[in-house]
Design a protein around this ligand. Structure first.
Ligand code: F6R
Length: 607
């Protein structure tokens, strides 16, 4: 969370920094700021709220200077306000920070005893003072930062600007990512390569524990012990994109509509469509020798993993232990020698998922990661990356990344099933063919937008919504609830339909719509019984099903959304679309900020 930007350049950098920060706004958007050094003076502009507020401030009071740092914030310590916005200053030092300094309270007391005053409630301000104190004791800027780093516990990425050196930004990383961009006579620094795309695509990523002195003529990286080190310089892929909404009102709407195309692109990486076969996977293991998968992820990626668990166990007879990564990392689960770890992450930077990966690394098991951002830390640290080719996902609510994660999981399950001989070659071919049909079904479902939009107008009037589903529709019920609450702020819960009578049924009345996700499958009739239980208590049912399902149900519904008849294997991918669309249109009607909902950020790099 929080986006960092820095430029050591040859023209006024403040407008360039603010422009580049727009590409980092997905990391946080509750305040923003920029600091530059001009004629020996450090100056800054900061504003609460989105970048546009900072832009307005800069229009009224421009900042000159050919070197500067900028920040877009997702608050951890201290409310979103101008005072807490970065950059933070101490004598001759300006700091922008992403992450959390866990021992900041203790450091703050120590600095106060030395006479340092604090203007903000942030943990970041201690870093500015620590560096200033070290500088005051006669150290060089680099020595001062390296000495300060030794005092810090937690996860952080910094960019630091010095009043006395108009040719230096010092960067440091321990946890959240930091990319250094190489220009011609200019250098750049950013939380990701996409932010630096307008300037350069030649990138060096800092590794954990690294610090770097970045100057116009180039940079030098130092390892955790302060020794100079070389890190690979690479041409970044995918930085050429420009985040545009096209004809859509929101990125989320655009990304929902991109799904047929990006699912197809992702599937074609794993499937040989022409021969109904799987493409070879570059896995350093054979699923036949694996007896368990430990899967962890967060949020929507976790729910994709939960669908994967049903598939792995059903089709490949391979047990899956699945956890939310924030639990997995601390629950000390022993992994057997024959198990493998599987992580799922759109951003590839989620702190808890990365920590889970590192836990698995200490246990020596092979590590696979389903990742959308190919240059991310999780992609770089896993043994094998299984890419989702969804393209950049800008809307905070994950949509196309989710269905692409499902497409990769389904492909992986078929690999496992073939290697473990749990499917006959004919059945496997049949399922591969079925999987390749997903983009076509997804296009069909998108045509339901008018009907779903109309239903959303009604849904937007409620305060609570319950989602129910069985089997792979249970994770979808939770995903539907997650989508609705995060973008429309309507309280929603997703339950296994069979669990209804064990508690949530107490909530059912005419004010609680119940969305039932129930394609006509093996256990459809069981879900119908649960719908009866809802109807008997005056609950209003919204049924998402297919033609057969609609024909078999006599229970009155508030609305029935009828999808094409879809083979059971791929139903979770296809049924994801109407629940995304329903959440999207409902949020349009509640009038919330769909692409940047309150309190959220796209990339969660803190615990
Ligand atoms: C919900 C959503 C989040 C993310 C979660 C994990 O719509 O987007 O729940 O799925 O923060 O993020 P990644 O996949 O980047 O690890």
């Amino acid at each position: 969370m929080c986006g960092i930007l820095g430029i050591v350049g040859n023209v006024d950098v403040a407008p360039l920094i603010v422009d580049a920060l727009k590409r980092l706004e997905y990391r946080g958007y509750d305040s923003a700021g920029v600091a530059t050094l001009s004629n020996g003076t450090l100056d800054r502009r900061r504003a609460e709220g989105k970048l546009v507020n900072l832009q307005r401030k800069l229009q009224g009071a421009p900042l000159g200077g050919h070197i500067g740092i900028g920040h877009t914030r997702w608050a951890t310590h201290g409310v979103p306000s101008e005072t807490n916005a970065h950059p933070h200053f101490s004598a001759g030092v300006a700091v922008v920070h992403n992450g959390i300094i866990e021992n900041f309270a203790e450091l703050r007391e120590d600095l106060k005893r030395d006479g340092y005053g604090f203007a903000s409630q942030t943990d970041t301000e201690v870093v500015a003072h620590l560096v200033a104190r070290e500088l005051g004791s006669g150290k060089t800027a680099l020595e001062a930062v390296q000495a300060a780093l030794k005092r810090l516990q937690g996860a952080f990425a910094f960019a630091i600007l010095f009043k006395d050196d108009p040719d230096l930004i010092i960067a440091a990383r321990n946890g959240p990512p930091l990319a250094i961009g190489h220009g011609k006579g200019e250098m750049y620094l950013g939380s990701d390569a996409i932010a630096l795309a307008p300037f350069t695509d030649i990138i060096t990523y800092l590794e954990d524990g690294d610090s770097a002195a970045v100057r116009r003529a180039g940079m030098q990286i130092y390892d955790v012990d302060g020794n100079p080190v070389e890190r690979r310089c690479q041409r970044s892929i995918g930085t050429g994109y420009l985040a545009e909404k096209g004809n859509h009102r929101h990125f989320m709407e655009k990304e929902i509509h991109e799904q047929p195309e990006v699912i197809s692109r992702t599937l074609s990486h794993y499937l040989d469509f022409a021969n109904d076969a799987l493409r070879p996977l570059n896995l350093p293991l054979d699923f036949a020798g694996i007896d368990r998968i430990a899967l962890s992820a967060c949020g929507t990626a976790y729910l994709a993993g939960l669908v994967g668990k049903y598939w792995f166990e059903r089709y490949a007879r391979l047990p899956v232990d699945i956890d939310v990564a924030s639990e997995f990392r601390y629950r000390e689960m022993p992994l057997s020698r024959n198990s493998m770890a599987l992580l799922i992450s759109q951003s590839g930077e989620t702190a808890d998922t990365l920590a889970s990966l590192r836990c698995c690394r200490t246990q020596g098991v092979p590590i696979g990661a389903i990742v959308n951002v190919q240059e991310s830390t999780i992609a770089r640290e896993s043994d094998v990356t299984l890419p989702t080719l969804a393209g950049p996902e800008i809307g905070v609510a994950s949509t196309k990344a989710f269905t692409c994660q499902l497409a990769v999981l389904a492909s992986l399950v078929l690999h496992a099933a073939i290697q473990r001989r749990t499917l006959t070659p004919d059945k496997a071919r049949d399922l591969i063919r079925t999987l390749s049909e997903v983009p076509r079904y997804a296009s069909e479902v998108l045509k339901l937008d008018c009907k779903i939009e109309k239903l959303a107008r009604t849904l937007a009037n409620y305060k609570h919504v319950l989602y129910l589903g069985r089997d792979t529709n249970f994770p979808l019920a939770m995903e539907g609830a997650l989508k609705l609450k995060e973008i429309s702020y309507i309280h929603a819960e997703g339950y296994a339909a069979g669990e209804l009578k064990h508690g949530p049924i107490a909530l059912i009345d005419e004010n609680m719509p119940v969305i039932v996700i129930a394609p006509h499958d093996r256990i459809f009739e069981k879900t119908v019984s649960n719908m009866q239980e809802v109807a008997a208590r005056g609950g209003k049912i919204i049924l998402i099903t297919d033609e057969k399902g609609a024909a078999r149900t006599t229970i009155p519904t508030l609305e029935t959304i009828m999808l094409p008849d879809v083979p059971e294997f791929i139903a979770p991918i296809v049924y994801a679309l109407p629940i995304q669309m329903l959440a999207y249109f409902t949020a349009v009607h509640t009038g919330s900020d769909i692409d940047q909902p309150r309190n959220l950020a796209k990339s969660v790099t803190v615990e």
